[in-house]
Design a protein around this ligand. Sequence first.
Ligand code: BZD
Length: 829
Amino acid sequence: TSGERTAKAERMFELMDGFLKNDPLSLQKDILNHVEYTVARSRFSFDDFEAYQALSHCIRDRLIERWHDTQLHFKRKDPKRVYFLSLEYLMGRSLSNSIINLGIRDQCADALSQLGFEFEVVAEQEGDAALGNGGLARLSACQMDSLATMDFPAWGYGLRYQYGLFRQVILDGFQHEQPDYWLNFGNPWEIERVHVTYPVKFYGTVEEEILNEEKYQVWIPGEMIEAVAYDNPIPGYGTRNTITLRLWAAKPSNQHDMEAYNTGDYIDAVVNRQRAETISSILYPDDRSHQGKELRLKQQYFFVSASLQDIIRRFKDVHKDLSQFPDKVALQLNDTHPALAIPEVMRVLVDEEHLGWNKAFDITCKIFSFTTHTVQAEALEKIPVDLLGSLLPRHLQIIYDINSYFMEELKKRIGLDYNRLSRMSIVEEGAVKSIRVANLSLFCSHTVNGVSKLHSELLQTRVFKDFYELWPEKFQYKTNGVTQRRWIVVSNPNLCALISKWLGTESWIRDIDLLMGLREYATDISLHQEWQMVRRVNKMRLAEYIEATSGLKVSLDAMFDVQIKRIHEYKRQLLNILGIIHRYDCIKNMAKDDRRKVVPRVCIIGGKAAPGYEMAKKIIKLCHAVAEKINNDSDVGDLLKLVFIPDYNVSVAELVIPGADLSQHISTAGHEASGTGSMKFLMNGCLLLATADGSTVEIIEEIGEDNMFLFGAKVHEVPTLREKGSTIKVPLQFARVVRMVRDGYFGFQDYFKSLCDRVEGNNDYYLLGSDFESYLGAQAAADKAFTDKEKWTRMSILSTAGSGRFSSDRTIQDYAEKTWGIEPCRCPL
Ligand code: BZD
């Protein structure tokens, strides 16, 4: 009876001694217990890493308590849930973040210090979880933090890659990639769910079957692989809610075993089994091109199929009738990567649940929403039909069926405009017949979101113009955001304390709009002093890191000028480097006396190039070649330094961003869908030097042009400039710096030739030449502002004060209301 069950539960809770306690003494006991029994080291001798392991297990225990309660609460309340489907998550480190969100940072620091350890040192033992490439993947991580903090009933689904994003090693200035076998040292943040497994099918054939006089398609698969769940609890801040990020790993299915016994070829059978695991073994490191590789497609379907089985099972635990599915479930596609979920839902509803096609399609279109993260039409994913037909024959049929229906609907709207029909078709009839995944996602989702206002306009007027004209109501946008928990509270504790002190509350950590309150003190001299002090300490920390990684000593009085992000031609790291060459050239040609007027700079660049992206790799090499020259030139001294920070990742960002005075976001207008790095710098009071691209347009709306250094062609000017091509007059300085590279001033003349070709005449697609003068102007304005300490500090305070709109809390609130239709479901304390 239920009375007996309650009594039993109470008795067990008593035996457990209630919930774990968070006072420093209890924490010490728990840490020592984990040292002894989990890490299996002696409590008399353990090092920083073992202390990290033990503390992590203490925190994990506490997360699990809250996580259980949250899941139980969701189950009882049965609210509509959102399922966030993403192939990539860049979580970074978990320890500090979890401790902050649990609200026990001081207690943990105390406990450690009484055991003879230092919190910061222990936290630094942790490696990054880097299951993603760049902005898209870090955005997923920020959004998970907001979903948990804001009590939304949400699940994240993804893949548990054994190898995360490669480690970047620089040898002689060249990038080399090393595998990131991140699970080597164990991962305390995941919980293996050996019993949560689903079979995922591949290959085979489709046969027709007749059941009760109805025809059904039956997929007879040729291969079966098992998906095992690994749960990563995601704690919210200031709430008990702790949600799940469920990542799937591939393991061989037991079905294979039967064959092995039959054939008697034991060794081969086992080796074959092993191969199954390759599906989740490696993250694709390319964030631009889609190569139509079978393994990638397998990853996508593997992840989608396991997630949907899990989601449908959870739904069916409580509900019988699948027509209620849209009332209880929202499925969010993070870019087109999980779009196979669309034909998969159709397959389950039609082939397995035996719903009629129309009914199934109606349900499907009500549950999916889709967010795109790109601007370039060329970057849109395509799946070769042959590949899809062999790997997922039934899904190909379903996509064809959807497309026929789509074409019929279209003809009703636009008649026989064949050009337009073929542009909009889900199937592309080209040299390689392919599926246009974006078109599939657009047609079958109720909502498509852009990631900034400008991006959304470009989607409507260029990339998805045809669709927008017919279904304008589907188009929304949600400007990206980042979580202030990680990007201020965890990574910049001094600034965090300062903000709380001046606002007289810590509430801004959950309610970011309160940051605006800082505007009131933007000219207050005592805030200025404290603000400058915090910034200086952060610069010191960064300078130490630079010295440790590159041996270079940098002056704290110099302006720290940072550009960190993936290396791409459109992001124009090359423009930055050419600007640095120009600065160097100017210093060299100056009279000694004039050099005193130069504002000293430390230019910091960091980022990874996709392994097959030749131009990006050349840009990294050029940066090193130029640094070599400048940093060893005694004429220049502290006036100019150039540092490349190797192996840029989330935890490097946490260190670099708080120490930056100026940061660069200088993509050619119209190419950066949003950009989220800028938001992190903004929150930390770093001034921006930027083009009017992506989210910068909205940052201008918040802080005003006066508080940043804006330059470059505007979006609407770009097409004309491109048409003009080589007839544009590029400034002499530009020709000169390119010439220096061409002539071998920095060595490697042959190697850099193609890079120089890329930015001259008609080839200058990203408009480095035509933007150069205005870029130098913005740089000069930054120099001038930097010499006026008061002005700079005011701009810095106003940047932080104006960053509220760029919290992922706001993004998620918007999604919840306008796209997913979900409400908070807060677990009682
Ligand atoms: O997504 C990025 C955009 O370039 C940024 O402008 C934007 O701010 C962020 C978040 O919306 N896109 C990516 O990061 N894309 C990828 O990483 C990616 C990965 C695999 C395949 C294709 C693209």
